[in-house]
Ligand binder design. Structure first.
Ligand SMILES: [Zn+2]
Length: 405
């Protein structure tokens, strides 16, 4: 069937990631069990395992003496054999995390960004990566890859930032630029997609094939996992949930349109509106979202503002649930911290607008997040490239397997 050598290579790559993921999920595990759980032949498993051991990704344990006959050798993922780095690029700083192969964070670093010129951002990113390599202590050659998450429309296959409103970038080949500077494989994706990958591999989305992730903060982020894969759309543009129109608002959005969800529930929009309301009544203005939430507990006008924003978000979310019928909905991001009034309004709208047939069919999880979680999410982009079958993720292999380790 696969006479073409390129196809044979692809089949080997698929088998390799399938076996590696089986070891990750079920280890310590015997070759016979791997063959059983993956449906691959014992001969195929036996042919591929040595290359994983040679790379140091998998270790052989001592044979366990149980049952009759020669005990099988058990294989285990050597989670500490390699490091993975994740960076979240923002317009004022870059935060990075270094993890092991199970996405356990080993250290973090953060550096300010003073100049948004791509060349300057690349230098700051490289400095954060150097910090993280130092912290982890395994050395540069043991970094499997650097995952980068950033807001905006990202073409993952090309490592291209098509449009980032926060950084003011259009068509910047950021993946290529950072990879050339670091000489380490680099993958880039929209930051909310990287969070969804982190949830799918290591968080509440494990073993959930269809789920939605919405983040609330400066903007409204969205990622949808369909059949186990992040849906990115043509040229990476899927997920502009924040720029859908769900309420009766006429507020000007950062995108230039009016009435977008983000112009109602995004943190800058909420704060600006709250400040106007407070100034008009000679009250002290909240300077941060935390101050706004604290002030709202004493002020019915601010309660109305937050409830209205929550209603818009809830209505939008109900539309998404009706469209995708997910098994899980995760509401996450900095903006959910302390936002009980807003979240209450979201849940009220879900009760009202989720289609009767879908009620009770999904789990709704609220997960506050901090910067480090975004960086860890970006690292999952690399872990996805390691463990996910290239047939499913269409991810580009991180290394030439036929080259010496
Ligand atoms: Zn907009």
């Amino acid at each position: 069937m696969f006479r073409n050598p390129a196809n044979r290579q692809l089949v080997r790559a698929i088998n390799r990631s399938t076996i590696l993921d089986a070891v990750r999920e079920n280890g310590p595990v015997s070759k016979a069990e791997i063959a059983r759980s993956t449906g691959l032949s014992q001969a195929t498993v036996g042919a591929i395992v040595p290359s994983l051991i040679e790379r140091g990704l998998v270790t052989e344990g001592d044979p366990t003496a149980s049952g009759i006959g020669r005990p099988p050798t058990l294989l285990q993922l050597d989670r500490e054999s390699y490091n993975v780095i994740g960076l979240k690029l923002m317009d004022d700083h870059i935060v990075g995390a270094v993890t092991d192969l199970e996405a356990e964070t080993l250290g973090q670093s953060e550096r300010p960004v003073s100049d948004l010129d791509p060349a300057s951002v690349v230098e700051t990113a490289a400095a954060v990566v150097d910090d993280l390599i130092q912290i982890a202590g395994l050395g540069r050659e043991r970094v499997l890859g650097v995952g980068i998450g950033m807001a905006g429309v990202i073409d993952t296959n090309q490592g291209l930032c098509r449009h980032s409103p926060f950084l003011g970038w259009r068509d910047v080949p950021i993946g290529e630029l950072i990879e050339a500077r670091l000489q380490i494989p680099v993958r880039v994706d929209n930051d909310v997609n990287t969070l969804a990958l982190a949830e799918r591999w290591f968080g509440v989305g494990q073993k959930v094939d269809d789920f939605l992730l919405v983040t609330l903060g400066r903007g409204v982020g969205f990622s949808v996992v369909v059949g186990g894969n992040v849906y990115r759309g043509a040229r990476g543009g899927a997920g502009e949930f924040g720029h859908t129109v769900v309420g009766d608002s006429d507020e000007l959005c950062t995108c230039g349109n009016r009435g977008c969800l983000e112009a109602s529930v995004g943190e800058p929009a909420l704060l600006r509106r709250a400040q106007e309301l407070c100034v008009a009544r000679d009250l002290p203005s909240p300077a941060t979202a935390a101050e706004l939430y604290a002030a709202a507990s004493q002020d019915p006008t601010l309660v109305d503002l937050l409830s209205h924003a929550g209603s818009n978000l809830g209505r939008g979310l109900a539309n998404l649930i009706n469209l995708f019928a997910p098994a899980l909905v995760i509401l996450s991001g900095e903006g959910v911290v302390g936002g009980e009034i807003l979240l209450g309004a979201v849940e009220t709208e879900l009760d009202l607008h989720v289609h009767e047939a879908l009620r009770g069919s999904y789990e709704f999880v609220v997960e506050p997040l901090r910067d480090e979680a975004w960086a860890r999410g970006a690292a999952s982009l690399i872990l996805d490239a390691v463990f996910e079958s290239p047939a499913r993720s269409r991810s580009i292999p991180l290394w030439e397997w036929d080259a010496p380790p």
